[in-house]
Design a protein around this ligand. Structure first.
Ligand code: SAH
Ligand code: SF4
Ligand code: F3S
Length: 469
């Protein structure tokens, strides 16, 4: 227990940050200050941005959808692939004229990209209009940093390389009203050879089970109906604690939380998917019938080179066990094409695995070389052209499978948690099945947050259309 408390930001530090929130508010008490946050990357970053937004609102800022009229623009960045980084630099560059016109504008940048020294150096050198830079380990210090950026000499930089303490009780301003992200652990210990996440997010740290359950209870009371538990590898939740906490035990406890109707989680690493967890998924009625289980590649040689610690045969075994215990479960995955040394034969193994497993959906990525990871130094980097060709082939195969699986749902009735009006067609409402499929249907906006039954009428590769029954 003592060790646990050493992992958590002390209360007096949180209180100190509250003082800075007050100081920022008092700088110009009557002013109508607006902020805009641009979030890149995964759901972890989205959840962090919700906390940053919560702190900003506590400091008297109001959210705006138009960066041009804002007093503060914050980029929460991702570096998992090169493309994500390029997008950030593009956006940052375009802000230069705005900052020249409005010198009082604060431009801040945080998140995973900032945990790389060379990136911070590059920004300080090439993007002198940036006022504040901080990393992933100290977002709870944002009020203090912002105060310093507004009142002192910018740029202010604060990047710590440690693993970061867990901050509980930060204000939060959530994006959705029906479903909520709930981070249960930080960091990653797996060091897949292609992946930068362990270097920028630090070692695995689990939140205390009591803190997670308290947050879920509060969400239930606030009217949220669905929670998605977040961690880079939720299956190893609790292993860093010696109080018997485990992911399966956490699911069983959350099942009891009033108001919450659906529980989802991501991501599960196949090497840690235990029988105990499969049984908890089967037994807990609120835990949805969907498992995101990234396979990454279909060739045993490439899986070993990736340091994934399982074989394709073990993966097939897991899928069989899960489908046996939880009939009708949807299984989705992540796949990387063009890992260094991947031959045509290796890639054929990926296609073969996809055909055999028949995923409901797969997120497919072109391998991106990340400086500092072991794979970046490997011989046999695959040409962009070959990667693209394999990517297209894989996508075509998977899209066909997704469409076939969805077509079988025509005529069935599914329980949908209504999220709100559809983004593409404002007259339609949208929601998801327990198996995480998007369903659009004609309905009243007042249905948001309700569970309704919908008969599926038309099916496509990515979504379904239906009518209320
Ligand atoms: N912790 C999760 C997700 C991490 S990032 C997991 O292990 O599944 C999300 C996905 O990005 C990964 O699953 C992987 O498919 C992909 N990814 C990570 N590093 C990559 C890289 N260097 N190039 C291409 N895709 C990558
Ligand atoms: Fe990256 Fe692997 Fe950790 Fe996922 S499990 S974040 S892919 S190192
Ligand atoms: Fe990107 Fe960081 Fe998430 S690198 S994928 S935002 S953990």
């Amino acid at each position: 227990m003592a060790e646990r408390e050493g992992n958590i930001v002390p209360e007096d530090e949180i209180a100190r940050q509250e003082t800075f929130m007050h100081s920022v508010r008092e700088l110009d008490p009557g002013a109508d200050r607006k902020y805009f946050i641009h979030t890149f990357g995964c759901q972890m970053n989205e959840n962090d941005s919700e906390k940053l937004a919560g702190m900003l609102e506590s400091m008297g800022y109001r959210r705006s959808g138009d960066p041009e009229e804002c007093d503060l623009i914050l980029f929460n960045t991702c570096c998992v692939r090169e493309h994500a980084e390029q997008k950030v630099y593009g956006h940052l560059g375009r802000l230069k004229p705005l900052k020249a016109r409005r010198p009082g504008l604060v431009i801040a940048i945080c998140g995973c990209m900032m945990q790389q020294e060379e990136v911070v150096e590059h920004i300080l050198e090439k993007y002198s209009h940036v006022d504040l830079i901080f990393g992933t380990h100290n977002i709870h210090r944002f009020p203090e940093l912002l105060y310093r950026a507004v009142t002192g000499h910018s740029p202010v930089t604060d990047i710590s390389s440690g693993d970061g303490l867990i901050a509980e009780g930060l204000p939060i301003r959530r994006e959705h009203g029906v479903k909520a992200w709930l981070t249960i652990m930080y960091g990653c210990d797996n060091f897949c050879s292609y992946c930068i996440v362990p270097y920028v997010r630090g070692r695995e740290r689990s939140r205390r089970m009591a803190d997670i359950i308290d947050e879920a209870r509060l969400l239930g009371r606030q009217g949220y109906r669905e929670i998605t538990l977040l961690g880079q590898n939720v299956n190893s939740y609790g292993l860093d604690m010696d109080d018997g906490s485990s992911f399966a035990a956490l699911l069983r406890s959350l099942e009891e939380v009033d108001g919450i109707e659906r529980i989802r989680f991501m991501t599960s690493h196949p090497k840690d998917l235990s029988e105990e967890l499969i049984l908890a998924m089967r037994d807990c009625s609120k835990v949805c019938e969907h498992l995101h289980l990234p396979v990454q590649a279909g060739s045993n040689r490439i899986l070993a080179e990736m340091n994934r610690k399982y074989t394709r045969e073990q993966y097939f075994g897991l899928v069989d066990r899960v489908r046996d215990k939880i009939p009708g479960i949807s299984i989705t995955t992540d796949i990387i094409v063009g890992f260094p040394g991947e031959t045509d034969e290796d890639f054929e193994q990926t296609l073969d695995l996809v055909e055999r497993v028949r995923f409901d959906y797969a997120y497919t990525f072109l391998y991106s070389r990340r400086t500092g990871t072991p794979a970046a130094k490997k011989a046999g980097q695959v040409s962009e052209e070959a990667k693209k060709k394999r990517f297209d082939e894989l996508l075509k195969l998977q899209n066909g499978i997704s469409a076939e699986i969805n077509a079988k749902l025509a005529g069935t009735v599914a329980e949908i948690l209504v999220e709100g009006p559809s983004k593409n067609n404002i007259r339609m409402m949208t929601g998801r099945t327990r198996t995480n499929k998007i369903v659009n249907f004609a309905g009243d906006p007042g249905l948001a947050g309700k569970l309704v039954d919908v008969r599926i009428e038309r099916t496509g590769t990515w979504s379904l259309d239906g009518t209320l029954v």
